[in-house]
Design a protein around this ligand. Structure first.
Ligand code: GLN
Length: 494
């Protein structure tokens, strides 16, 4: 493997500016790495022509001295983002062959900053899942290996993104997070993933799952890289009425500010039955790291935490059932012909949607139906408000909170696929931040005794991503997490 792959984004930017490497060379190296690790199935399509053309433009701008923030950096894009004239399928059969005539705002922002598109990354179908096993393209696999070299899930739904950044076949990647889909796979794969505050990134051009929860965010190797990418991704966008006008803080400057004098909450309800002992140990270690760095640790209570997952699994399917009504065989992607119009709808949707998506549509339709709306949907919305109130109260006395990112490390491919409820439990620590619209990050904290990454989550106040990055940078420093997956296992050199 080339040393170029060892450069993180900040280092690569410097090397590009110093002209010790070129953007074309970097793009070629990443494309080759993606080919070499194709067994991980983390890309659903490589866009080599785009990558090389964009990289050549980057080299020109660097030579002219007009380089952007991400100039020349190779980026993988979750297949949930619409990319102009490039297949954008949300990893669903129903969108097979869909090439949007437009580009999502987030990816437009990345390209405007000089980013280079490597290709489209695998994910759970319509971002529904937490193991990347519901994809129409088959599962993406983690570059980390389990005991006896068993294949592990990279987490989901942005599993391809996390796997590619961990496997070094993308320097950075986009993800989306509706209930944990950035933070959980980041934790499983030992990379950094941020879900920004709801409204921070435009949702325009991102295939909708649950619109009141969906948010795009960056996957990177380091916290500083993450702040860099986030700075380029975020924007106010007239095409998304929920996108914020609150100015973005200086995220890059926040790295290195330290946590001296900060108050960090430790929510007592996050100690849960069935939690892996190693996860608890890492969480305690994280508290020690922050205390040693000068923060004050504060016990806080989020009393409605236990209702977060049930409320999420009513609200998210309800919104999904409505958002997915548009896939009817008329407007996008595939069509299965039948004798009548209704028959065509039915046949198309039966063939086009996978099992998990059909399950969500049925749950969503049920909880929104007359007679059940008040009992389920409205009740869940009330619970959502109580969860937000819990956070508002706690944030009166703390600046950020520290929690585990996931209840366990990654598990073998296939283990939980037939047990949806067990799969839903993966998001127990991440879902509350989505319901409350708050930003959260997952930072690698260490390895389990089996050698698998575990993440720590930092949750912040709305629109205060800077505090999250301050805390995350301290955790990253203290953890000194430099381990990379066993590349040998999938054909690369160590
Ligand atoms: N695992 C959760 C779900 O399946 C969250 C997915 C996501 O954040 N997109 O709904």
């Amino acid at each position: 493997m080339s040393d170029l792959l060892d450069l993180n984004a900040v280092e690569a930017r410097r090397a590009l500016d110093e002209k010790s490497i070129s953007a074309v060379e970097l793009a070629k190296t990443y494309l080759a790495a993606a080919e070499e690790t194709s067994g991980l199935n983390n890309y659903v399509e490589l866009t080599a022509d785009h990558a090389l053309a964009m990289a050549a433009e980057s080299d020109k701008r660097i030579a002219e001295g007009t380089a952007g923030l991400l100039e020349g950096l190779p980026i993988g894009v979750k297949d949930l983002f619409c990319t102009k004239e490039v297949n954008s399928t949300a990893c669903s059969r129903i969108l097979k062959g869909f090439k949007p005539p437009y580009e999502s705002t987030v990816t437009s922002n990345l390209w405007a900053a000089g980013g280079v598109m490597l290709g489209k990354l695998n994910c759970d179908e319509f971002a529904m899942g937490s193991a990347n096993e519901t994809s129409a393209y088959g599962p993406a696999i983690s570059p980390w290996k389990g005991i006896d070299n068993v294949d592990l899930v990279p987490g989901g739904s942005s599993g391809g993104s996390a796997s590619a950044v961990a496997a070094r076949s993308a320097l950075m990647a986009t993800g989306t997070d509706t209930g944990g889909s950035i933070r959980q796979p980041a934790a499983f794969c030992g990379v950094v993933g941020l879900k920004p505050t709801y409204g921070r990134c435009s949702r325009w051009g991102i295939v909708a799952f649950a619109s009141s929860l969906d948010q795009a965010g960056p996957f990177t190797r380091t916290v500083a890289d993450n702040a860099l990418m986030m700075t380029a991704m975020a924007s106010h966008d007239l095409k998304d009425s929920t996108s914020t006008q609150t100015p973005l803080q200086d995220l890059i400057g926040a790295i290195g500010d330290g946590v001296k004098g900060m108050k960090i909450g430790v929510p007592r309800e996050y100690v849960m039955d069935g939690m892996d002992g190693e996860v608890v140990k890492l969480w305690e270690q994280g508290q020690v790291w922050l205390r040693d760095a000068g923060a004050e640790l504060v016990d806080v209570s989020l009393p409605h935490t236990k209702y977060a997952l049930p409320a999420y699994y009513i609200i998210a399917p309800a919104e999904a059932s409505s958002n997915l009504a548009r896939y009817d065989g008329v407007r996008f992607g595939m069509r299965v012909e039948a004798d009548t119009l209704d028959g065509m709808y039915e046949a198309t949707r039966a063939a086009g949607f996978g099992e998990e998506v059909q399950r969500r549509i049925m749950i969503g339709t049920y909880v929104l139906s007359a007679g059940y709306y008040d009992a389920y949907y409205l009740k869940a919305q009330k619970v959502r408000r109580l969860i937000k109130d819990d956070f508002d109260t706690a944030f009166q006395s703390v600046d950020a909170m520290l929690t585990p990112a996931t209840p366990s490390a990654a598990f073998p491919v296939g283990r939980k696929i037939d047990d949806p409820v067990t799969n839903y439990l993966n998001d127990v620590f991440t879902v509350p931040a989505n319901l409350a619209g708050l930003p959260g990050i997952s930072v690698p904290g260490g390895l389990t005794s089996d050698g698998l990454p575990l993440g720590l989550q930092v949750v912040g106040r709305a629109f205060d991503e800077a505090s999250i990055y301050r805390v995350a940078a301290v955790l990253e420093d203290a953890a000194g997490f430099t381990q990379t997956p066993a590349r040998m296992a999938f054909g690369g050199s160590a």
